[in-house]
Design a protein around this ligand. Structure first.
Ligand code: NDP
Length: 329
């Protein structure tokens, strides 16, 4: 029998956590034959609710779920962790300045990075979901100097999946006909969902959606980038199940590989590819294999794409400068 994989989830008692934990425990994160131990990290006020979720997890009698630990100590939560899903974050509240938001998140992701550095397993893989995800991931990564930088990633898979769904709808095909979509840059309103490199049922993404630049600029890109707000307006609550699903997809793809002829989008530490300054955690097109990923190289970028990428990357550089000034990295 296989040794269980230790999966740590922060903010475990939150909305996304509630949509995430049951799928991890049922085998969707790593595979239907991989047993897991769940480590639930919460702030003290969240511990009781986390215990309630653990009771429900027990009641599912998941064959793959070998143990549940609930704690408010990052050191305990990340002890021996193989996968870390960093969901809990300080949300922006009305009237909050960006500096305050970054400061508050630095107080969460700095210590968590350090705990990962000191206590996680050698093969630790980290996905940051909590916003601002790219910069929170940067803070955690910089606080974990002994962990290879490429183990820290930020989630743009939800944006990626949203883009795939929009393109399939527009082109009148099923989602599995849509390949090579890319989210570039920051998981924020400046992100650049790129259909020009995409392939849809044998055509380019642009052709398959009617070769309509106005649709790309005024419809496709804003629909993907502002989908979170649209869900809140219609559902009355923020997207949680789709965010959890994207987190599952992100890790599953990282561990199990991208299919031939396709790639995915991940926020990863830049190696300078496509002019993105080295060290920033920015979203790129990546292929994955055997638990490792590579940035897809050699894509020809139009002036339009270049300008969109540059704008989102400039925002990432500003966020990095801000957390640097605050002494968080
Ligand atoms: P959610 O579970 O809804 O969201 C958690 C984080 O995910 C937020 O930062 C949110 O950002 C982000 N997020 C990323 N993508 C999405 C998306 N598509 N839709 C919605 N959110 C997205 O928040 P809750 O308030 O329900 O739960 C948070 C939990 O985290 C609480 O239980 C809290 O106690 C806990 N927490 C734990 C910490 C820790 O373990 N150290 C630290 C801080 C909080 P956004 O706000 O921008 O929507």
């Amino acid at each position: 029998t296989r040794t269980p994989v230790n999966v740590t989830v922060t903010g475990a008692a939150g909305q996304i956590g509630y949509a995430l934990l049951f799928r991890i425990a049922s085998g969707h994160l790593l595979g239907a034959d991989v047993p897991v131990n769940l480590r639930l990290l919460e702030i003290p006020q969240g511990l009781k609710a986390a215990e309630g979720v653990a009771m429900e997890l027990d009641d599912c009698a998941f064959p793959l779920l070998r143990g549940i630990t609930i704690t408010d100590s990052a050191a305990t939560a990340f002890d021996g962790a193989n996968v870390g899903l960093l969901v809990g974050a300080r949300p922006r509240t009305a009237g909050m300045e960006r500096g305050d938001l970054l400061q508050a998140n630095g107080g969460i992701f700095g210590p968590q990075g350090k705990a990962i550095n000191d206590h996680a397993a050698d093969d630790i893989k980290v996905l940051v979901v909590g916003n601002p995800a790219n910069t929170n991931a940067l803070i955690a990564q910089r606080n974990a100097p002994d962990v290879p930088a490429e183990r820290f990633t930020a989630m743009t898979r939800l944006d990626h999946n949203r883009a795939v769904a929009q393109l399939a709808k527009k082109a009148g095909v099923t989602v599995d006909d849509v390949k090579k979509v890319t989210i570039w840059g920051n998981h924020s309103a400046t992100q650049y969902p790129d259909l020009f490199q995409a392939e849809i049922a044998g055509k380019s993404g642009f052709e398959a959606t009617g070769s309509d630049q106005a649709w790309v600029e005024n419809d496709f890109i804003p629909t993907v980038a502002k989908r979170g707000a649209a869900i809140i307006e219609v559902r009355g609550a923020s997207s949680a199940a789709s965010a959890a699903n994207a987190a599952i997809d992100h890790v599953h793809t990282w561990v199990n590989g991208t299919p031939a002829g396709d790639w995915t989008s991940m926020g990863i530490v830049s190696d300078g590819s496509y002019g993105v300054p080295e060290g920033l955690i920015s979203s790129f097109p990546v292929t994955t294999k055997d638990g490792k990923f590579e940035i897809v190289q050699g894509l020809e970028l139009s002036d339009f794409s270049r300008a969109r990428i540059d704008a989102s990357v400039a925002e990432l550089a500003e966020e990095r400068d801000a957390v640097q000034q605050l002494g968080l990295i």
